[in-house]
Design a protein around this ligand. Structure first.
Ligand SMILES: Cc1cc2nc3c(=O)[nH]c(=O)nc-3n(C[C@H](O)[C@H](O)[C@H](O)COP(=O)(O)OP(=O)(O)OC[C@H]3O[C@@H](n4cnc5c(N)ncnc54)[C@H](O)[C@@H]3O)c2cc1C
Length: 473
């Protein structure tokens, strides 16, 4: 039997998938050098994907929250909401947050959270002379930061234009430059926690600055992600066109640059051991609300809970922005990254034109879908759901986008081959329903704590905004 829910799920995952690629070699150009050695082609097949991680960027339209709030006797410096640039901005962001904590006069500081922001905050506070304890419900690898791509992306999905001003722009630049400088101190360490790698971008059309894509906001209005690339472009080498014959890619336009990459596992081991070597301590603690700040001994606390701040403080300004990575097996000789501009996200259903769902779409292309996500554990509870609205169209069954999505998974290949059989026997009505979802997607119970939902049903709802732009941090 055809499992259409699985097709939807896998189709959605496949269409949104990104490959996490590892690191680089410099392309030598110029008359003094022989042409560069050929690059080893990447074997990017779905059977070599050993892990797929889904994790949402802790995004705030106004950018990261870095400010002090008083809770009874506790001084709490909030430090969360870094969107798709948390690892990249972390050191600079910590340099803004830690002085606020030290200004209370405290020399013993508590940090909540052991993600990229918590660990860099803790180490920065130690370097400024404080004794630091990290209270956290999870450490590497059970943290969201462990699922990041790990590239230098300080301007990726960090804030919206309409919610920020010139002062934020200046602060962002300060944070980015400070972080970049600190990252240089990790180069050459054993395990290569941070390294420079080559990146190739491929395109079917000449590269040009792409126009800003408007994003539909949860309130229905539109806004744009801030675009600060120009402010720090002096930090990294310029992109260069790579002429045909100098690269192995099947693309008419290729550009190359060299960028910083964090090898997330080595980087987190380095952060944790640096922190502990400087006398830092981890204390397991799961806080359920601001009243739990009283469980922490220190009077001054830096709250680095990332997306967790939404539940902890009821802060609805933190919203999840999509993120998914398919991890390819490491491959000898592949030490560079490659990316293509992303296609539009679409969901494909294979069917026949005379059936009711296809006929309905001809009359009204506006569709809504509820996709249940079955649970492996706690199967007796209601499933988490993804609720999508979008526009549907009927496209031919040979459509490249649709067949490409189905070819990527076992059941999809079975379905394609079944329909090919029908076609050979004379069936001419085979088609794909192509659904292009609205950027605002509603979810229930996805990534939400069952424990919290038990107490407050509405805490299970969330909105995910799919930005239509190129992949990055
Ligand atoms: C797919 C994807 C790719 C990305 N790629 C990049 C990239 O290439 N470069 C880049 O710079 N950024 C990237 N990002 C963004 C980056 O991962 C985040 O901005 C960053 O990880 C946020 O770090 P954090 O420390 O704030 O959050 P987290 O890593 O979520 O850490 C939060 C910590 O707080 C703890 N915590 C939470 N709630 C509580 C509570 N109630 N009680 C106790 N402890 C609590 C957690 O256990 C955890 O230790 C990417 C994100 C995604 C999703």
């Amino acid at each position: 039997m055809i499992d259409r829910r699985k097709i939807l799920r896998d189709g959605l995952a496949g269409a949104a998938g990104l490959a996490a690629l590892r690191p680089g070699r410099l392309l030598a150009q110029g008359s003094a050098f022989a042409p560069p050695a050929a690059l080893t082609p990447i074997i990017a097949r779905s059977d070599r994907v050993f892990r797929v991680t889904v994790c949402l960027r802790p995004f705030r339209a106004a950018g990261p929250r870095i400010e002090m709030e008083q809770f009874g006797a506790k001084h709490v410096v909030h430090h969360y909401g870094h969107g798709g640039s948390g690892i990249s901005l972390s050191w600079g962001s910590a340099a803004e947050a830690v002085p606020l904590a030290l200004a209370t006069g405290a020399r013993e500081i508590a940090v909540i959270g052991a993600g990229a922001i918590g660990m860099t905050t803790a180490i920065t506070a130690q370097r400024m002379g404080a004794k630091v304890t990290v209270y956290t419900k999870a450490r590497y690898p059970d943290i969201r930061s462990a699922r990041a791509t790990g590239s230098w992306s300080p301007h990726s999905r960090v804030a919206m234009e309409g919610a920020t001003n010139a002062a934020f722009r200046e602060k962002w630049e300060r944070m980015a430059r400070r972080s970049f400088a600190i990252y240089q101190s990790f180069l050459g360490l054993p395990g290569n926690p941070v390294e420079w790698v080559d990146r190739y971008s491929l395109s079917d059309t000449p590269f040009e600055k792409r126009p800003h894509t408007p994003i539909t906001m949860p309130n229905g209005g539109t806004d744009y992600f801030v675009d600060y690339e120009e402010l720090v472009k002096d930090l990294t080498p310029l992109q260069q066109a790579v002429p045909a014959g100098m690269h192995p890619f099947r693309a008419p336009f290729v550009r190359q640059t060299t960028t910083l990459m964090y090898n997330v596992a080595d980087y987190f081991h380095q952060l944790e051991s640096d922190f502990q070597l400087a006398g830092g301590r981890f204390v397991p603690l799961d806080l359920h609300g601001p009243e739990d700040f009283s469980k922490i001994r220190e009077k001054t606390i830096v709250n680095c809970t990332g997306f967790g701040a939404r539940d902890l403080l009821g802060d609805q300004s933190v919203i999840p922005v999509r993120g998914q990575i398919a991890w390819l097996l490491p491959q000898a000789g592949v030490n560079y990254g490659v990316s293509r501009p992303e296609g539009e996200l679409a969901i494909y259903v294979m069917t026949r034109r005379h059936l009711r769902k296809a006929r309905n779409i001809t009359q009204n292309p506006n569709v809504s879908l509820v996709v249940p996500l079955p649970r492996r554990l706690l199967w007796f509870l209601p499933p988490a759901t993804i609720q999508l609205y979008g526009r549907a169209e009927i496209v031919d069954w040979t459509d490249e986008g649709g067949t490409d999505v189905f070819r990527r998974f076992w059941m999809g290949r079975r379905i394609l081959s079944g329909y090919r059989g029908f076609h050979r026997r004379g069936e001419t009505r085979i088609c794909f329903l192509k659904i292009t979802p609205d950027p605002v997607i509603h979810t229930y119970l996805v990534g939400a704590s069952i424990w919290r939902v038990r107490k407050r049903l509405e805490s299970g709802t969330a909105i995910v905004v799919i930005p239509r732009e190129t992949p990055g941090g």
